[in-house]
Design a protein around this ligand. Structure first.
Ligand SMILES: CC(C)(COP(=O)(O)OP(=O)(O)OC[C@H]1O[C@@H](n2cnc3c(N)ncnc32)[C@H](O)[C@@H]1OP(=O)(O)O)[C@@H](O)C(=O)NCCC(=O)NCCS
Length: 142
């Protein structure tokens, strides 16, 4: 299993869209491909490749010189709870720290809060709805 960073012009980005659509949108009856993804050209994209296939992905938006937001984290169903998500998160956080970021935030689905807590994030603020699901904002220092 290896951590990889890719840009929106690479085949891995197309694979990551398919994974995000299957894990984060299709189960909700939504279509990732109908969303405006144009801002993603400026964002950072990370993944974990196992046996030649992308099994986990996340995207990072830069909010300021020192602050970033993690979005669109998805692990393929047959790889969930095997440590791929944590490997991806920890690798991504190490890269962001190296690049000078001091704080990372995200919107966590309620069901994923224990995963982010295990990876050092703390809940902040009230619960809110996003893509029809309850979420909490979480953040951690780097
Ligand atoms: C949530 C998700 C990203 C976690 O990635 P993962 O690779 O499955 O997580 P890991 O195997 O690294 O889990 C590490 C620890 O996090 C916690 N954890 C992970 N998923 C959890 C869940 N669904 N419920 C409770 N705890 C969970 C556990 O403590 C786990 O350790 P354990 O398996 O030894 O008990 C992944 O399961 C996923 O893509 N889920 C569906 C989409 C989703 O919810 N994405 C997040 C949107 S905000």
């Amino acid at each position: 299993m290896s951590l990889i960073e890719f840009s929106t012009s690479e085949e891995l980005y197309r694979e990551s869209l398919a994974l995000r659509h299957a894990v984060l949108r299709e189960p909700l009856g939504m279509d990732l491909y109908s969303e405006d993804l144009s801002a993603e050209v400026q964002q950072m994209h990370f993944g974990i490749v196992r046996e030649g296939a992308l099994i986990a992905t996340l995207t990072v938006a830069k909010l300021s010189q020192t602050s970033a937001k993690i979005r669109q984290m998805a692990v393929s169903p047959d790889a969930q709870r095997t440590g791929a998500g944590s490997q991806l998160m920890q690798g991504c956080l190490a890269c962001l720290a190296e690049r000078g970021f001091a704080e990372v935030s995200l919107h966590a689905r309620k069901t994923a809060i224990p995963f982010y807590a295990k990876n050092g994030f703390e809940e902040t603020g009230e619960e809110f709805l996003e893509v029809s699901l309850p979420h909490r904002k979480m953040r951690r220092a780097l």
